[in-house]
Design a protein around this ligand. Structure first.
Ligand code: NAD
Length: 260
């Protein structure tokens, strides 16, 4: 007999689903049976992904979202719940990165990073979390099936490397945000965990791997390899499963051992 995780009947809201990890999280959760809401700014790409997921027999919906715009967050979450159903799973994935020496960071560069990676992630989780809390409080004892929030931090939320200092600071805030939410919301059966991926080849860093500096970085990685978005499939499904109700406030590295 094989072990399997079934997310049928669950609604998963994935931010930054138009590319990279977010797109792959959405594919994977749909394959596990969840109805997925693809939320991001690039709606054309989301529509292509929806067609791909539907082509595999999955259930996907497209909603425009800019996590730096509070009205956009509120309306995207409301729209998702009206169109698809109560959000059971949030994959709080949208993020941006830049490479800069600390002495070159201008206030606008700082705001760009923190407005998306910290403020955006916080208010998306807050908007979804408020609705999960209301459902948990309104449910008859023992009947709320539980919420799952997965915040996408980074290996760089746990360790610093040159030229990514402000990004690392923003991702460290996501780690602490995760613990604070897990602490306050855990007793309402809302589990909040963070994942800290190592280097994975996506749009955020693709340009880097062809450069001399990028190649040098690969040589410093434990197994001299950059990951693929699919390398996080099992982790995301595991954290979203009802069976993971005992995992709360965890900060899980998936970095091929680079953070050790
Ligand atoms: P990516 O650039 O392919 O994806 C980022 C996604 O976020 C894109 O879909 C983008 O459109 C979306 N986004 C950015 N700003 C947004 C906004 N204001 N509103 C809505 N959506 C917005 O890169 P990725 O690697 O897939 O990144 C996904 C997450 O994983 C990010 O939070 C990133 O920091 C994190 N991460 C990536 C790596 C890696 O090596 N690729 C490692 C650790 C953490």
């Amino acid at each position: 007999m094989a072990y399997s995780i079934d997310l049928s009947g669950r609604v998963a809201f994935v931010t930054g689903a138009s590319s990279g990890l977010g797109a792959q999280f959405a594919r994977t959760l749909a394959r596990a049976g969840a109805a997925v809401v693809l939320a991001s700014r690039r709606v054309d790409r989301l529509k292509d992904l929806r067609a791909e997921i539907e082509g595999e027999g999955g259930d996907a919906h497209v909603i425009e979202l800019d996590v730096t715009d509070h009205d956009s967050i509120k309306s995207a979450v409301a729209h998702a719940e009206t169109e698809v159903g109560s959000i059971d799973i949030l994959v709080n994935n949208a993020g941006v990165g830049t490479t800069q020496r600390l002495q070159d960071v201008a206030p606008d560069d700082f705001d760009y990073m923190f407005n998306t990676n910290v403020k955006g992630a916080f208010f998306v989780a807050q908007e979804v979390g408020k609705r999960m809390l209301a459902r948990a409080r309104g449910a008859a004892p023992g009947t709320y099936t539980g919420g799952r929030i997965i915040n996408v931090s980074s290996l760089l939320g746990l360790r610093a490397l040159p030229k990514v200092g402000v990004y690392a600071m923003s991702k460290a805030a996501v780690v602490q945000m995760t613990k604070a939410m897990a602490l306050e919301w855990g007793r309402f059966d809302i589990n909040v965990n963070a994942i800290c991926p190592g280097y994975i080849d996506t749009e955020i860093n693709h340009h880097q791997w062809k450069t001399e500096q990028g190649q040098k970085l690969v040589q410093e990685l434990p197994r001299k390899r950059v990951g693929k978005p699919q390398d996080l499939d099992s982790l995301i499904v595991m954290l979203c499963a009802n069976e993971s109700h005992f995992i709360n406030g965890a900060v899980i590295s998936a970095d091929d051992g680079f953070g050790v």
